[in-house]
Design a protein around this ligand. Sequence first.
Ligand SMILES: *Cc1c(COP(=O)(O)O)cnc(C)c1O
Length: 301
Amino acid sequence: MSEAATCEIDLPILRERDVRLWIRREDELFPGLSGNKYRKLKYNIREMQRGGHQTLLTFGGAFSNHIHAVAAAGRQFGFRAIGVIRGDELAVSPLNPTLADARDAGMHLHFVSRRDYARRQSPEYLQELLGQFGPAYLLPEGGTNPAAVRGCAEILGEADAGFDRVCCPVGTGGTLAGLAAAAVPGQQVRGYASLKASGLEASLRDWIPGKHWTLSGEFHFGGYARIDARLVRFINDFRTETGVPLDPVYTGKMLYGILEETRRGQFQPGTRILAIHTGGLQGIRGMNLKLGKKGLPLLQL
Ligand SMILES: *Cc1c(COP(=O)(O)O)cnc(C)c1O
C-alpha cells in the first residue's frame, strides 16, 4: 500500500515565528478506512485471520470512527463485523450517518444500555456476548492494543528523521504510543488530548515508555466530541486557507493547539513539525446534525 502524502502548510503565523509545519494525509490513505484506524486494524486483522476467526466484535459510541472503520474493513477484507453500540435508545431512532454507513457496510449493530456498555471490559460480559454471537476476535473500544500500536508505528518512515517534532491527536493514546515507539533519537512526539481527563498523562505514562513525548491537555474544547463556534470557525478557515479538511473531534483540536502554541512562541525558530492527519472526516456529517440543532454554524463538507 502506498504511503500517505505530506504537504507543507503555509500560514502567516508560521512564517512570522519561523516554524515549518507539514501535515501527513493519513486520512487519504485508504478509501473508506481513513487515517489511524486503518493503522490500528492492520495487525489485528492479521491476528484474527491467523487465529482462524471469521468474526470481529468491538465496541463504540454512536459517532465512533472506530466502528465506522471496522465496518468498512469487514467489507473490504471479508470478515463479519459486530459493533456493540452504546445507547439502546439508538435502536429505535433513525441511524445517524456513521451508523448508517456501518450497517450498509454489513456490520451487525448490537445496541446496549449504558449500564451494559460500562461492562465492556468485564470477562463475564464478554463471555455473554460470545455466547450470543459465537466465537469472535475481540477488539476493545477505540481499537487500541499492542497490535494497534505496532500498526501506528508504521506511520513514520526513514524519510521522517528530519522532523524535530511529530504531533498527533490523542483519544486512547494508541497512535501516540506507536509514534513514540517509531521516533528517532532527538525527535519529540507531542499528543493533543481530545478529551478532558485529569490524570490522562499519568495513565499514559504507565504504558507508553520514553521521555521524548509530551501531552497537551489544553485544547479539548470542553471534552470529548465537544465543539463550539470558535472551533467550527477555525476548522472552516483552515480549510479555506490551506485546502486541508479537519475533523471536529481530533485533528481540528490538534491543529488549533499547534498553531496556538506557535503563536505563543513555544517552538524554537527553525522547528520542523510533522502533524499526523488521523482522519475522522466521516464524523463531520453527524457533528453538523448536532450543531444545527444547537443553532451553531456548520462545518463545511
Ligand atoms: C480514533 C482517532 C484518534 C485517536 O486515536 P488513539 O489512538 O485512540 O489515541 C485520533 N484521530 C482520529 C481521527 C481518530 O478517529
